[in-house]
Design a protein around this ligand. Sequence first.
Ligand code: NAP
Ligand code: HSE
Length: 432
Amino acid sequence: MKKQVSLALLGCGTVGGGVVQLLHQNAKYLAERVGAPLEVTRVLVRDPDKERVPELSRDRLTTDPDAVLGDPTIDVFVEVMGGEEPARDYVQRAIDSGRGVVTANKMLLALHGPALVDRAIARGVDLAFEGSVGGGIPVIRVLREALASDWVTSLRGIVNGTCNFVLTRMQKDGKSFDEALREAQAKGYAEADPTLDVDGHDAAHKLTVLAMLAFGARVDHAQVPTEGIRAIEAIDHAFASRFGYAIKHLAIGRDRGDAVELRVHPALVPVDQAIANVNGVLNAIALEGRALGPCLLSGRGAGDMPTAVSIVADVLDVARAKRNGAAGLMTRGIQLSERKVASLDDVETAYYLRFEVFDQPGVLARITGALGEARVSIQEMVQKGGGDASGAPVQVVMMTHIAKERDLRAALGALAGADFIARAPHVIRVVE
Ligand code: NAP
Ligand code: HSE
């Protein structure tokens, strides 16, 4: 067997710990696959005294980035520290030094992915990022390799395990938002800053990465419309279920030719669709290929070991490519061109609208009148509460037919400030 493959970890928290454990558990088998043992020789962290997985030798730890990035014996850098800076600087330095990089950092890729891909191609090294989307689900490989012969026309995914875990806990176990989020954090699913999860930014980062591979799109990530799950209440789950839907946090992408439609938001999904039944920390990505038709990938989308599976598989690919004189080949296959992100105003979809209104004569007529004026047609409607002398607001829920977002917003704008409205309406898009 040849000389070892030396790995440097940039960061060793939840995911890095999983990588160390997986490398340890499968050491013999992995060495056979690469033709040399894989050895973690340097580990960059912030706090060298923190408790870490027992498989990690403490003598590998350092807080000095130059000691890691300047070590000429490293073959592959594994960036699992997260965030934009200094991760970008370190990844660039690793690429410039001619070594392959594996990263799970979707924020970095969403903000700088195309530039980093260009840089890696120019330097003839690989930049691999299977762990950045879908945890252990091999969606990046599927898009980059298995579907390379086809055009992906659209995708729809549950790509944030924390959001799916929280929504599932609220829906099925009656947990509060805060209780469910604390549980997700304790299990290691959430980002270091969990607002990235629950406000939708993590899913938007992943959607931007998926769009690079699915549509070859180099987009301005800031243009991706993004909404999180904080506004979803128990009553929305109950109404959704009554109408035959589940509420999921979705990342949606569509190649419209003139632009790519990319959006992240909670959505009502019909319960008879597979994706509506993907629960807990599971992720799922439904792809639609022009020749292939539908394809659904599902699995554990967050956590140390599922993500480590993707990262170590990338390490194998990068190490083997280098040994076989094919370094940079898989990254050269990523072809990107500038694409415009379609405005949300032009999106056409159906809507779930929940109005909290005072139960007075003429209220329904005012609401339906405003919607009708704006060409938004109602498909189904239900009122809950009222009929007593308390004067408490009632819930009026409407499911619309497909309408333009611009028109819906015009209708809601016309109703804003009306004296019969107790609280701003809740709007959730519906997917069919
Ligand atoms: P984490 O538990 O917070 O670990 C981050 C690690 O990076 C820690 O070891 C930390 O050092 C180190 N670090 C951070 N900033 C540093 C700096 N400036 N200098 C040196 N070391 C630094 O995060 P994680 O959950 O493992 O996530 C890591 C990456 O994987 C992120 O990009 C995340 O988005 C991605 N990811 C996470 C998951 C998941 O389920 N958690 C799944 C897929 C992808 P200390 O330990 O000393 O604090
Ligand atoms: N915080 C992320 C999630 C980790 O909850 O899905 C996986 O990328």
